[in-house]
Design a protein around this ligand. Structure first.
Ligand code: HAM
Length: 421
């Protein structure tokens, strides 16, 4: 047997309904907030992420599915959507083409990581991006959308964490303070941190090695080194969230693992996910559009891991299939009539099924139970002779004869969702 590649998974019936619920909820919310869908390719030029995600990130250094294609070009399966969205925005001049460059996308991403619960090598993101708008109200709107998604899915005990990592003007001051505070202690940190201290000191905050934590906890905080503009921006974001009743707390360690962030960073953490507790994460990236060859436009967005949203769904939000009808036919002649009725039910817009390998009545009724049919339409030789169908309400067990011509309308009544659905 050939099995699926490590870190990838099949999403089967029983689980796929949860995915549909998450995807439909996300789409409806994005539409409500004025975001338009964009679909970009799964494969991109490798340099897009080297430049976009950043040369010093774990993603680019260790996790990309990059290869040389048959034409000799270096390409990669995308590890995240943001650089692709920026590329599409620049390449198609979307700033001119669309009323607002408020975009979203959904699809698979690929990172060669060590798989564990909530972390896979192929995973899926809802990605939301806004270009060219830099008012704090835009940051707050993006965060509000992220929060509304988690709320609409009924995910309990989620927590919104915020930080500001400053801009090109104030970040160097913070990095200098960070390294000064670290001083000789740098030699006591893990090998990764020693590398981080020289390549990207902010990333020290990503360290998970227990022995390093007391040293890292004592380091200065980015929010204390913001320039006046960044401070005013961050205050603006927080006061909008406060006015809207979106609860947040500051996390000084929220520097995020990608190179492009400026100013606001945020994550929503779930409580039921174990180590991989970030349901979604994002932030502002004001230099990225220009770095990728576009005009000098700001950007902000987030991506939510769909696997993690599905894992965090509460039981009562588990989606149910729409009610369906089942056609049961006894004998060859009735079977042909049953097949015609099956097609007519479907053509009338109803979900309908039938046992297509002719079997006895009992086996067919059992199958109707297994598909959780709400109405069964039974045709035997008697029904055929009288031009009728026996309609069985599968919830009450009641059954009665209805004229064949009215069978579809009568079935439709039984398939109406009840008050509690
Ligand atoms: P990220 O934090 O790398 O950010 O990923 C965002 C979310 O994707 C995570 O919070 C998590 O839910 C999910 N995720 C990431 N890696 C995996 C994995 N291996 N398995 C399962 N889920 C995963 C970004 O990707 C940025 N592009 C977000 C962004 C958009 N920033 C601005 N705009």
């Amino acid at each position: 047997m050939i099995t699926a590649v490590k870190g990838t998974r099949d999403i089967l019936p029983g689980e796929v309904e949860q995915w549909q619920l998450v995807e439909e909820t996300a789409r409806a919310l994005c539409d409500r907030y004025g975001y338009l869908e964009v679909r970009t390719p799964v494969i991109e030029r490798e340099e897009l992420f080297a430049k976009g995600t950043g040369e010093t990130t774990d993603i680019v250094q260790k996790e990309m599915y990059a290869f040389t294609d048959k034409g000799g070009e270096r390409v990669t399966l995308r590890p995240e959507a943001t650089p692709s969205m920026v590329r599409a925005y620049v390449e198609h001049n979307l700033e001119q083409a669309l009323p607002f460059a408020k975009l979203y996308s959904m699809g698979p991403m690929f990172r060669y990581e060590r798989p564990q619960k909530g972390r896979y090598r192929q995973f899926h993101q809802l990605d939301v991006e806004v270009f060219g708008l830099d008012d704090p109200a835009v940051d707050a709107e993006v965060i509000d959308l992220a929060w509304a998604l988690v709320a609409a899915l009924g995910i309990p005990e989620a927590e919104l964490v915020l930080n500001s990592v400053g801009c090109a003007k104030c970040r160097p001051r913070f990095q200098t303070a960070l390294l000064a505070a670290l001083g000789e202690d740098v030699a006591k940190l893990c090998a990764d941190c020693q590398r981080r201290a020289t390549t990207n000191p902010l990333r020290l905050y990503d360290c998970k090695v227990p022995a390093d934590q007391p040293i890292i906890d004592a380091l200065p905080h980015a929010v204390d080194y913001l320039c006046d503009d960044c401070r005013a921006h961050f205050d603006g974001v927080r006061s909008h969230l406060d006015r809207w009743g979106v609860p947040w707390r500051i996390s000084h360690r929220l520097v995020r693992g990608l190179d492009y962030y400026t100013r606001t960073t945020f994550e929503v953490l779930g409580q039921t996910l174990g180590a991989q507790n970030a349901l979604l994460g994002g932030g502002r990236y004001d230099g990225l559009v220009r770095a990728l060859g576009g005009p000098d436009r700001t950007g902000i967005g987030f991506a939510a891991g769909l696997e993690r949203l599905v894992l965090a769904l509460p039981d009562e939000r588990r989606a149910v299939r729409p009610p369906r009808a089942f056609v049961v036919a006894m004998g060859d002649e009735a079977r042909d009539d049953g097949l015609a009725l099956l097609r007519a039910l479907r053509a009338a817009g109803l979900a309908a099924e039938m046992e297509l390998q002719a079997r006895g009545l009992k086996a067919q009724m059992k199958r109707a139970d297994r598909v959780d049919a709400r109405a069964t339409l039974i045709i035997g030789s008697d029904e055929l002779a009288r031009g009728e169908v026996t309609l069985r309400d599968m919830r009450s067990g009641e059954q009665r004869a209805v004229p064949r011509a009215e069978a579809i309308a009568e079935a439709r009544v039984l398939l109406q969702p009840s008050e509690t659905e």
